[in-house]
Design a protein around this ligand. Structure first.
Ligand code: XLF
Length: 324
């Protein structure tokens, strides 16, 4: 910066204001500095900046696995949002493994990140000890940490109502990871609503929601799947493997069985038949998470620590209802 100031014939303070975008720089000085920056291919030393200011312009994003389409879309939305505020994303895949999650938390701390987004977190204590702001999706970590969460219970109810009003009588619910409260709430909403109607539901649990091989191994354990006429799957990527399985077995969707997922991740549109789903708007989730964290990094407070997203039914071809 000193060299640039000398070459441009301006003060070091002016160059610093220009580089850090924090103060007035005359148009004339700007032009001179820009010319030297271009000629010398200068980039600010982010490490030096992080050491000086105690944190960097980097935000950590921990996701269970980026190969789940819902999470890769979420990462994209968050990245787009924070980059407009001058931040970059440090992406960490936890594989839903608490050991890996803990290791990444340490790595992020070591890099003096400005904040953390965490998705389906399991290591609650570690986040509480963090001195920079944390925003969580789905897992309620503590009373102080802002959490964005879909009304999953309501989502489960909506899935039941949709299948019921489409004439389904033999219901199967494929649920997911045991530790996930979101997944459990979907299950509970579906079951409670069925109970109210005096209907029974068979339940199967999948152990993973992102590893294709694991999903396919799970689905092979489904016996007599042909006896069901309505299936609610806990998320869209798992529903995609269910649709494929029915096709291999020559079970026609939606005439013989109707399938509904959860998420509205983009994979649903590419399936044939396209997937009816309970939407938890990824745009809304991503924007709300990013907006909350940027506010917190800027030193503002957020009174409402639980921000609830309302789900809705998105009708496509895998169920019989009229398309909207
Ligand atoms: O954790 C739940 C299960 O999978 C999450 O919201 C998702 O639906 C994403 O696909």
């Amino acid at each position: 910066m000193r060299d640039i100031a000398r070459e441009a014939g301006v003060s070091l303070a002016t160059v610093s204001r220009y580089i850090n975008k924090n103060g007035y720089v005359s148009e004339e000085a700007k032009k001179k500095i820009e010319k030297i920056v271009k000629q010398t291919n200068y980039t600010p030393n982010e490490l030096a900046r992080a050491i000086f200011s105690k944190n960097s312009k980097i935000i950590g994003l921990l996701v269970p696995n980026i190969s789940n389409p819902y999470f890769n879309e979420l990462a994209l939305i968050i990245e787009e949002y924070v980059s407009k505020h001058g931040y970059s994303i440090f992406l960490c895949n936890t594989n839903d493994d608490p050991t890996k999650e803990r290791e990444y938390i340490n790595v992020l701390q070591g890099h003096r990140v400005a904040g953390i987004f965490t998705v389906r977190a399991q290591c609650k204590k570690e986040y509480e000890l963090f001195t920079v702001p944390v925003v969580s999706f789905e897992s309620i970590i503590s009373d102080d940490i802002v959490t964005i969460v879909t009304d999953n219970y309501q989502g489960g109810k909506l899935a039941f109502d949709h299948l019921k009003s489409n004439g389904c009588n033999h219901l199967l619910h494929i649920t997911g990871l045991d530790f996930s409260k979101a997944v459990h709430d979907r299950y509970q909403g579906f079951l409670d609503e069925a109970k109210k109607e005096g209907m029974s539901v068979d339940i199967i649990r999948f152990e993973s929601d992102f590893q294709r091989k694991m999903l396919e191994a799970n689905i092979k354990t489904l016996e007599n799947i042909e006896k069901y006429d309505g299936v609610f799957v806990f998320n869209d990527i798992a529903a995609a493997t269910v649709i494929r399985y029915f096709k291999q077995k020559n079970v026609h969707i939606p005439d013989e069985v109707q399938v509904i997922g959860f998420d509205n991740s983009y994979i649903g549109e590419f399936l044939f038949p396209s997937l009816t789903t309970i939407e938890q708007s990824v745009q809304e989730v991503g924007n709300k998470m990013a907006d909350a964290l940027i506010h917190l990094i800027n030193g503002e407070t957020i009174e409402n620590k639980i921000i609830m997203i309302q789900p809705n039914v998105l009708v496509r071809e895998s169920t019989k209802a009229k398309k909207e």
